[in-house]
Design a protein around this ligand. Structure first.
Ligand SMILES: NC(=O)c1ccc[n+]([C@@H]2O[C@H](COP(=O)([O-])OP(=O)(O)OC[C@H]3O[C@@H](n4cnc5c(N)ncnc54)[C@H](OP(=O)(O)O)[C@@H]3O)[C@@H](O)[C@H]2O)c1
Length: 242
């Protein structure tokens, strides 16, 4: 269990994407960091979340900094928990002949382009003298070095692209916002709508509940400092090969 976090975890925390893991992360942050005011942001707005935000929509991203400024407290954390593996017009590819342009664009849109544009949207709220964390859920299958089974072309490639984009961000922010920390986190296979169609391949003891995944992720997140910015880490804090 994560103990109450240290005194510098104070201010506004925004969890984007109130899905299986995102909702549990918001609850875990509120429980373990009582000095944080935790907001959730998602496409459907109230009552599911505090803010309406579609991170694939530029107009929504353009208005985000102003909405957060209205909260009148320093921004301490943005945790991107959005992502997509499958959907009505999206199925992870098993072989090359299933790869197509529109699915690749959809995978990159949500899993790579949206997280870096989210970082761009909140950057005006950063302060050189205030600690800030930007965390985003990636996936171990986005590791190129760890790819031994192939398939899932678009999702794997989009998560790898997210890793590269946020790694570059961590290098730029180390110069411009030296108290900022960027973390890419793999939650482990977790029982949510995203993984449900693929759970038959997972041993029951390796399938985390969203609550357990959230506890583990928040523990790893709270340990990160600017010196570790740009790391790609699993739920147990172990570094993952790029
Ligand atoms: N579950 C796993 O086993 C697993 C393993 C490795 C990595 N991950 C990663 O963990 C993250 C969270 O996954 P999850 O399992 O919690 O999936 P989930 O339950 O499907 O949640 C995904 C969330 O993203 C939101 N979202 C999608 N597009 C959005 C947009 N344009 N703007 C705002 N919100 C949007 C969804 O909201 P809507 O209702 O609006 O679609 C949903 O709340 C993903 O990045 C996933 O790749 C998950």
């Amino acid at each position: 269990m994560v103990e109450a976090c240290s005194g510098d975890w104070i201010g506004l925390a925004v969890v984007v994407g109130p899905g299986g893991i995102g909702s549990a992360v918001a609850a875990e942050l509120a429980r373990s960091c009582p000095d944080l005011t935790v907001l959730t942001a998602g496409r459907h707005g109230a009552p599911d979340c505090s803010l309406r935000l579609d991170i694939e929509n530029d107009r929504d991203l353009d208005g985000l900094a102003a909405s957060l400024r209205d909260q009148a407290m320093p921004l301490r954390l943005v945790f991107n928990c959005t992502g997509r593996l499958h959907g009505p017009a999206l199925q992870p590819e098993k072989r090359l002949q299933q790869v197509n342009r529109s699915q690749l664009q959809q995978q990159f849109g949500i899993n790579a382009i949206a997280p870096i544009l989210l970082a761009k949207a909140i950057e005006p709220l950063l302060d050189r003298d205030q600690p800030f964390h930007f965390a985003s859920l990636s996936a171990r299958v986005g590791s190129i070095g760890d790819n031994r089974s192939g398939g899932w072309y678009g999702y794997r490639a989009a998560k790898a692209a997210q890793n590269q984009l946020l790694r570059s961000l961590s290098i730029e922010w180390a110069r411009r916002w030296p108290m900022a920390t960027v973390s890419l986190l793999h939650p482990g296979t977790t029982d949510t709508a995203l993984s449900r169609p693929f759970q038959s391949f997972v041993a029951p003891e390796k399938l985390f509940s969203p609550e357990r995944a959230a506890r583990q992720l928040v523990k790893v997140l709270l340990e990160q400092t600017p010196a570790q910015s740009g790391a790609f880490l699993a739920w147990d804090g172990q570094s993952i090969d790029w």
